[in-house]
Write a protein that binds this ligand. Structure first.
Ligand SMILES: Cc1cc2nc3c(=O)[nH]c(=O)nc-3n(C[C@H](O)[C@H](O)[C@H](O)COP(=O)(O)O)c2cc1C
Length: 379
């Protein structure tokens, strides 16, 4: 059983000899520091959301309406944050979300995230959009639980190739993202005229694929050429339950559907042989005007599948809130991307250690010793 809270003891001990870690401890500070480091357009790409960002902001504020009633006079000397997900034993109830620009915010960013996941033994989903091919990412994640996140393309053969490669590379699951049938309306990116993939960045998984190269018509396409071909294929707006059935037949990997928010869609997923749901509104980056993501969780849970929840998780208490609401894993997005920006794998590890220490110490303070003790109330 991991002792996450002792991270705090080490920090105070170092303070005694005037040694201070250079990574921040709050989301606000992480974001502010990342802004100093990243190119303006890339920072906006990471930080920004759809429309006027009402949904993105509400994801965070609404989650914070939930809290715990402390218990007292119970032995809290040991807390257990371990859980299981799709048959895997996990030390902590968190999963790193797939992020398509990890390879841009830090050198070898995709691999650095996988290395941090390996060191911390935490679960992660890895994006189709990456600077490193999925096979290298699969190697770098060690024994940690890893799902390959698929963006279905217009060309089923190319999509099926990606699924087969994920299977052969040894991923533990396949996450299919459903909420990105087209890119959301993102004023910050529009203002910067910036979308990295059109410039040929983060397309390693496509460029390694013979079918994609066939679409390009040349063996070694120039970056912008590859970007334009990618854009013509990126997503399949007609993607529907028939496609899920086709992919279900094509692979034995457990399938996680990411972006399910409606109870009826969750129930349908259960009948289609889907193994888990990632309840998410893509961090408010896709559709503005939607309800905060947490308001969908209860309905999605009714289908009885294991659920991960992301969109608004900012710290260790948010992790507890999400688990207390019934999700198996809390999905971490922007917080770890900022850690990656500031320090590669070490930065991601710092963010994870901080969140898990906060979760553990909050459980200790409230005399809640297992995840089953986390009963949340809404104010
Ligand atoms: C910069 C950025 C890129 C993202 N890229 C992907 C992606 O490639 N695939 C995907 O399924 N989700 C992607 N997401 C969404 C995340 O997986 C996750 O749902 C979201 O970050 C959670 O919201 P939060 O960051 O506000 O916590 C991306 C999010 C960000 C911030």
């Amino acid at each position: 059983m991991a002792d996450y809270g002792s991270f705090q003891d080490g920090i105070y001990a170092e303070g005694l000899v005037a040694k201070h870690r250079h990574f921040p401890y709050t989301f606000g500070d992480l974001e502010a520091r990342a802004q100093q480091v990243l190119d303006h357009a890339l920072f906006d790409y990471v930080r920004g959301g759809a429309g006027d960002e009402t949904t993105q902001d509400a994801n965070v504020t609404e989650l914070r309406r939930y809290g715990f009633v402390p218990r007292m006079l119970r032995d809290r000397s040991v807390r257990d944050l371990s859980t299981t997900f799709l048959g895997a034993e996990l030390d902590a109830p968190v999963i790193l979300c797939p992020v398509g620009v990890n390879g841009l915010v830090h050198e070898n960013g995709d691999l650095e995230v996988a290395r941090a996941a390996a060191t911390m033994n935490v679960a992660a989903m890895y994006s189709t959009l990456s600077e490193a091919p999925l096979e290298e990412v699969a190697d770098a994640r060690g024994d940690s639980f890893a799902a390959f996140q698929l963006y279905p393309t217009k060309d089923d053969q190319l999509t099926d190739n990606l699924v087969r490669r994920a299977d052969e590379a040894g991923f533990d699951a396949l996450t299919i993202t459903l909420d990105t049938g087209s890119l959301g309306w993102r004023p910050r990116d529009l203002g910067n005229g910036y979308i990295p993939f059109l410039r040929g960045r983060c397309l390693a998984n496509y460029l390694a694929d013979p079918r994609f190269i066939e679409h390009c018509g040349v063996e070694n396409p120039a970056p912008m050429h590859a970007g334009i071909v990618w854009s013509s294929l990126f997503s399949k707006p007609t993607f529907s339950w028939e496609d899920i059935a086709r992919i279900r037949r094509a692979t034995d990997l457990p399938i996680i559907l990411k972006g399910i928010c409606h109870a009826e869609d969750a129930r349908r997923a259960a009948t289609e042989g889907v193994d888990a749901i990632a309840c998410s509104n893509h961090g408010g980056r896709q559709a503005n005007g939607g309800l905060p993501a947490v308001s969908h969780l209860e309905g999605v849970l009714e289908a009885g599948l294991p659920v991960t929840f992301d969109s608004g998780v900012r710290d260790g208490v948010d992790v507890l809130r999400v688990v207390g609401l019934g999700a198996t894993l809390a999905g971490i997005g922007r917080p770890y991307v900022y850690g990656l920006t500031l320090g590669g794998a070490a930065g991601v590890e710092h963010v994870l250690r901080s969140m898990l220490a906060e979760a553990d110490l909050t459980m200790a303070a409230d005399c809640l010793t297992t995840l089953a003790d986390l009963h949340v109330v809404r104010r």
